[in-house]
Design a protein around this ligand. Structure first.
Ligand SMILES: Nc1ncnc2c1ncn2[C@@H]1O[C@H](COP(=O)(O)OP(=O)(O)OP(=O)(O)O)[C@@H](O)[C@H]1O
Ligand SMILES: [Mg+2]
Length: 372
């Protein structure tokens, strides 16, 4: 089979690493050859994934395509579907998810619990909906990694609101942020991974690390799993989906958002689960049986965020320090440039002892940040 990946970042790179185990010819399109995935695919094409015509010409001679980022042209994918290709996720599912307004409307229409919201098209409409405060305001399109999201606690924060199309939603009193990866094949069968929980720095409000499986009361686990499966069932598309959820202080579970693709919150599955999210997507695309989502061991996942503009080579103190940890796997994404805030890699730590996971997660951060 010939399969194309639209986008050449770290997600494409890790998908290609897993794809090397399968009888598949891989193609990848990204705007620059200087991207993490370029050197790992059989055929690299320089192009604009947001352009319908370029997406179509990239895919037209392939059997299937997938995406590693939501900005891919929906129209381009639709044309490929009409041309007979399998597209993971479907263009219709991507179209719903790509825009935060249609995504929220989708949850509401399918009775999937999500925090109460209104759609706003101007600051005046935000002002007119003060009953939702404290609220979170989300631009309809273009946001990622927290850009495009503004917390509006009080009406005096309104100058930070988005003037264009956006979702204004009630701020959830969060106990835990969770993520669940779900796979769905062409026959509609699903496989669900154990949930992960995000641990945030309370001062900086930045993701510190992720633990998997999440520690949850059994009833909360069932609720979260049922909701994640309902999201994927109603999207009615094959592929891999990451459902981000909030657990509030009253044990309610709310969907925050869904990514119709492999996701950062599933990187631990490479070493921590029998079939990784990347392996699973190949199984779906190649029409093979779904893999085993069960954990092999508990994990902590730490993102390696760029500190300076300096990249890491084999002599760097950071890489040498991280490589000394026995039960850790280091992944560097091969980005040619480092920038503060940029995801440069991740480390997965394996242990069935939670204290050891937390200790090593902090250790990894300290080594990476040059504190020790
Ligand atoms: N309704 C809400 N109540 C409380 N906190 C929220 C709410 N919506 C979003 N947040 C906070 O803002 C963060 C980012 O929001 P969201 O996931 O929608 O944006 P994003 O730009 O897609 O971010 P990312 O790419 O990091 O997932 C959430 O992880 C959560 O911490
Ligand atoms: Mg998010």
């Amino acid at each position: 089979m010939k399969v194309g990946i639209l986008g050449g970042g770290q997600l494409g790179r890790m998908l290609l690493q897993a794809g090397a185990n399968y009888p598949v010819e891989t193609h990848c399109m990204e705007k620059s050859e200087d991207c993490p995935a370029a050197s790992l695919c059989h055929n690299f094409v320089t192009g604009d994934i947001t352009d319908a015509g370029q997406v179509f010409s990239f895919g037209k001679d392939l059997d299937a395509v997938t995406i590693e980022i939501e900005s891919v042209s929906v129209e381009g994918l639709r044309k490929l579907e009409e041309h007979g290709l399998k597209v993971f996720p479907s263009s219709a599912a991507l179209e719903i998810i790509k825009n935060k307004v249609t995504q929220k409307e989708f949850y509401a229409a399918n009775s999937i619990p999500t925090s109460e919201f209104v759609i706003t098209r101007s600051i005046e409409e935000v002002r007119a909906n003060q009953q939702l405060f404290p609220a979170v305001h989300k631009a309809a399109i273009g946001g990622y990694d927290g850009r495009g999201v503004q917390i509006l606690n009080e009406i005096k924060d309104i100058n930070q609101a988005f003037p264009g199309d956006a979702v204004l939603e009630r701020k959830v009193d969060i106990e835990k942020e969770l993520a669940i990866i779900v796979a769905r094949n062409n026959a509609g069968d699903t496989a669900i991974y154990p949930p992960s929980e995000m641990i945030f720095d309370p001062v900086l409000n930045l993701l510190q690390y992720q633990l998997s499986p999440a520690t949850l009361p059994e009833k909360v686990l069932w609720k979260a799993e049922a909701i994640a499966l309902a999201v994927v069932k109603n999207l009615n598309s094959a592929g891999i989906f990451a459902v981000e959820l909030f657990l509030d202080r009253e044990e309610n579970v709310w969907v925050n958002e869904t990514a119709p693709r492999v996701h950062n919150s599933g990187h631990h599955t490479i070493e921590g689960n029998f079939s990784s999210q990347f392996d699973m997507l190949w199984r779906v695309m190649l029409n093979l049986p779904l893999g085993n989502t069960a954990k092999i061991m508990d994990t902590a996942l730490v993102n390696l965020i760029g500190q300076t503009t300096e990249t890491v080579d084999e002599n760097s103190v950071q890489l040498r320090g991280l490589s000394k940890i026995d039960n850790a796997f280091v992944h560097l994404y091969g980005k040619k440039e480092s920038r503060p805030g940029r995801k440069m890699g991740h480390v997965t730590i394996l242990s069935n002892d939670r204290k050891e996971l937390v200790f090593q997660a902090r250790n990894v951060r300290n080594i990476w940040e040059g504190n020790i």
